[in-house]
Design a protein around this ligand. Structure first.
Ligand code: PLP
Length: 363
């Protein structure tokens, strides 16, 4: 770790791999001998084209997906995907089905409801989203256009550990906070989207990976920029794309490949999460985890302390130890350690060690 950098546990935007940042820094003023930075070159220039297409190819390769899938880069964040999914695939006659497993899952559903095309297929709201609804809890409507799930719930610290079975109904997932963090059978999903500002790059790009058959034709009455087929037909270059963000996503994908791909990411992420969960579980109740154990996230670890005074003290003293961004979201309170791909093992070791010392000093 560089002396002047902290272990950054922020939920997003969040820590990026140091190697990626340094590489971008090194070529910032003169990208590939163009005499310009990547921020300054045309999105129609061959040098940019190569960046764009390589990023797409690397993402598909990491996910183990073939030619029947396509990668899109869209602006508007994951939040605009809430709208695009509902507008492109649901109608009042064929409703979008939603599993409410947290705040963003609920926001996605709300967008469909504004358009009178949403349906709640399962919810864990009554237990403050402590668990991921099980397969048995999910009840699809007869007219389901798709099932939408939020695969990792950033605020509550829960994550799916199974892929919902939906028969012929397309499965759509918001993977904003666990994209490319572990291998999955991605071919079970018809469309996956993610705001990239947690695991992959800077804010400003939503990554969409979808079956081509989902993207070929959007409903006639949709405006141009809200249609998936606009991005699909023009290789996400219908208008000026968020080029710098895509460039950074490409670099991070290349970094993941160089580390050994998603298997290696998953192995590391599990070990990192295990350190922090062990500090919670061995604390004799001083730290109380929010998520049910079988729904725990490998990406966001949420826990409370005995009172708010101690929580404030924890945040302040953690920062003195170069452990930043550990304050939780107000809807859960307490702490949240976001430990995405770029968080090194040592960061989690240091946090677990600090938790232990803090407990001994304050219990
Ligand atoms: C799971 C999830 N979905 C959606 C969003 C919203 O993303 P954006 O800010 O890119 O719209 C977030 C942001 O934190 C998130 O964690």
């Amino acid at each position: 770790m560089e002396a002047n950098r902290i272990y950054n546990f922020n939920p997003g935007p969040s820590m990026l791999p140091l190697e990626v940042l340094k590489e971008a820094q090194a070529e910032f003023l003169n990208f590939q001998n163009t005499g310009m930075s990547i921020l300054e070159i045309s999105h129609r220039a061959p040098a940019y084209d190569a960046v764009h297409n390589q990023a797409k190819a690397d993402i598909l390769e990491l996910m183990g997906l073939g030619d029947d899938y396509e990668v899109l880069f869209i602006q508007g964040g994951a939040s605009m995907q809430f709208d695009m999914v509902a507008m492109n695939f649901a109608t009042p006659e064929q409703r979008g089905n939603y599993v409410l497993s947290g705040s963003f899952a609920s926001k996605a559903c709300k967008e469909a409801e504004i358009l009178d095309r949403g349906y709640v297929a399962a919810s864990s709201k009554d237990t403050n989203f402590k668990h991921i609804p099980t397969q048995e809890e999910i009840k699809l409507s007869d007219d389901a256009a798709y099932l939408h799930v939020c695969y990792n719930n950033t605020i509550y610290g829960t994550e799916y550990h199974y892929i919902p079975e939906t028969g012929n109904v397309p499965l759509i997932a918001d993977m904003s906070s666990d994209i490319l963090s572990r291998p999955l059978d991605f071919s079970k999903f018809s469309l996956i989207y993610a705001g990239v500002q947690k695991n992959l790059g800077p804010a400003g790009v939503a990554l969409v990976v979808a079956r081509r058959s989902m993207l070929e034709k959007s409903p006639e009455n949709l405006p141009t920029m809200l249609r998936y087929d606009t991005y699909y037909k023009k290789n996400s270059l219908y208008n000026t794309p968020p080029a710098f963000g895509i460039y950074m996503v490409g670099k991070t994908a290349k970094w993941i490949k160089a580390q050994g791909g998603l298997e290696v990411m998953a192995e590391r992420n599990k070990k990192k999460a295990a350190l922090v969960y062990a500090a919670i579980d061995s604390s004799n109740g001083f730290y109380a985890g929010h998520a049910d154990k079988d729904s725990r996230s490998f990406m966001n670890v949420t826990f409370r302390l005995p009172n708010e005074e101690l929580e404030k003290k924890f945040v302040a003293e953690a920062l003195e130890q170069q452990l930043g961004g550990v304050k939780g979201h107000r809807s859960v309170g307490g702490m949240r350690a976001s430990i995405y791909n770029a968080m090194p093992y040592e960061g989690c070791e240091k946090l677990a060690d600090f938790m232990e010392k803090f407990r001994k000093a304050n219990a």
